[in-house]
Ligand binder design. Structure first.
Ligand code: ADP
Ligand code: MG
Length: 372
């Protein structure tokens, strides 16, 4: 069949932040919000991309001319980059395609609309051209598209989450070998709810700061003579930290090592059916990102403090930081329930003179799929 419709979700990372370029662990789950692609093969070698959510008309490119830096820039670089990366892998066995996107994933909110856009493109082409590539491979190709073609240095978590998550689960991801385990995660069954809170701010320093953190982590690994910070054991961390002369690098290392441990602890609690025990680990993770890794911002801190003050079980920024979204684990109902949380957060933002945050429930949903 030469045409069809596919969908790929955005994600919330529950825990395990800034670990995915340190060969560490992450634990994302998929949002119910998706990028949907209606796609059809075409035999003239033209890639035609349209998005209902992007300004401007369709973008037309020849697939044979796709190369990093050769595109028009902007949003079409993400799907065009995927077609380029696929063609490199399968030696040109991918031709033209017409794709129309529509999306419910907020853009630029730290909920991985970019990965959803890439993964839905990869899945559509994989089916339309019968490439038979498995999802982890597709996720890698999407990451390559984002890094090399769109020029955004990101780890592998987002694309893997969009491609591989399953409903009712968080994905325990080992970013070293991409091995993964589906961990049952159903807050509603425990009288709890997850809220994603989009602060609607994105601070301009984020790109350079990401590169700096990444370089700092690599320097820490080199100084400690390990392949990646994932190899620094939590037991004996203080002795390892004492070997580092640079205070800034010491903080980065401490975050990554303690964060990897928090992922393990969250997995253990979920395996034991104790969803409530996850809350404090989320808040600890936030403190570590704020104080050690220093990628939070006043708006994210405001969400976390306000939610905890109103009786949330735990809260943290999610995604790269410097704006974007936070995740809150709260009672579903009652005096500390989601309605109260929503009201209190909205009030706190108004009192601080900020635009109202976008707050929505985020139950763990399914990964990318063909719809028709
Ligand atoms: P995030 O992935 O957290 O949403 P990014 O900055 O990584 O933020 O990606 C956002 C970019 O992805 C947008 O600026 C746009 O270029 C592109 N994008 C995402 N979703 C769509 C869409 N539905 N249509 C067009 N472009 C999109
Ligand atoms: Mg992104």
């Amino acid at each position: 069949m030469g045409e069809g419709v596919w969908a790929a979700p955005g994600r919330v990372n529950l825990i395990g932040e800034h670990t995915d370029y340190n060969d560490g662990f992450a634990m994302p789950f998929a949002l119910p919000h998706t990028v949907v692609a209606a796609a059809a093969r075409r035999d003239d070698g033209v890639l035609r991309l349209r998005s209902a959510d992007a300004p401007g008309g369709p973008v037309e490119l020849r697939v044979s001319g796709l190369a990093p830096g050769a595109g028009p820039g902007g949003w079409s670089d993400y799907p065009a980059g995927v077609v380029w990366a696929l063609r490199e892998t399968v030696r040109g066995a991918v031709g033209g395609v017409d794709i129309s996107f529509t999306s419910t994933v907020p853009m630029g909110a730290g909920l991985s609309s970019s990965a959803a856009l890439e993964v839905v493109t990869a899945l559509a082409l994989n089916d339309l051209y019968e490439l038979g590539l498995e999802r982890r491979r597709l996720a890698r190709l999407c990451q390559r598209a984002e890094n090399v073609y769109a020029g955004a240095p990101t780890g592998i978590m987002d694309q893997t989450a969009s491609a591989c998550c399953t409903a009712g689960h968080a994905l325990h991801l080992d970013t070293r070998d991409l091995s993964q385990r589906q961990i049952p995660f159903d807050p509603a069954a425990h009288g709890l709810a997850l809220l994603a809170v989009d602060t609607r701010v994105r601070h301009a320093l984020s790109d350079g700061a990401y590169g700096e953190r990444r370089a700092g982590c690599a320097a820490g690994a080199a100084a400690l003579e390990v392949e990646a910070l994932r190899d620094v054991p939590y037991e004996g961390l203080d002795e390892e930290l004492a070997r580092l002369a640079d205070e800034e690098i010491r903080r980065l290392v401490r975050h990554v090592v303690t964060e990897n441990r928090r992922v393990e602890q969250v997995v253990a609690h979920l395996r034991a059916g104790d969803v409530r025990a996850v809350g404090p680990l989320l808040s600890e993770g936030h403190a570590s990102l704020r104080d050690d890794f220093r990628v939070s911002c006043p708006e994210l801190d405001l969400v976390v403090e306000t939610a905890l003050g109103a009786g949330a079980l735990g809260a943290r920024m999610t995604g790269g930081g410097f704006g974007g979204s936070a995740v809150v684990l709260a009672e579903a109902e009652g005096p500390a329930g989601v309605e109260v949380q929503t009201a209190v957060l909205t009030e706190a933002f108004a009192a601080a003179g900020l635009a109202a945050p976008r707050i929505f429930s985020a139950q763990p949903s399914g990964g990318a799929a063909r719809l028709s």
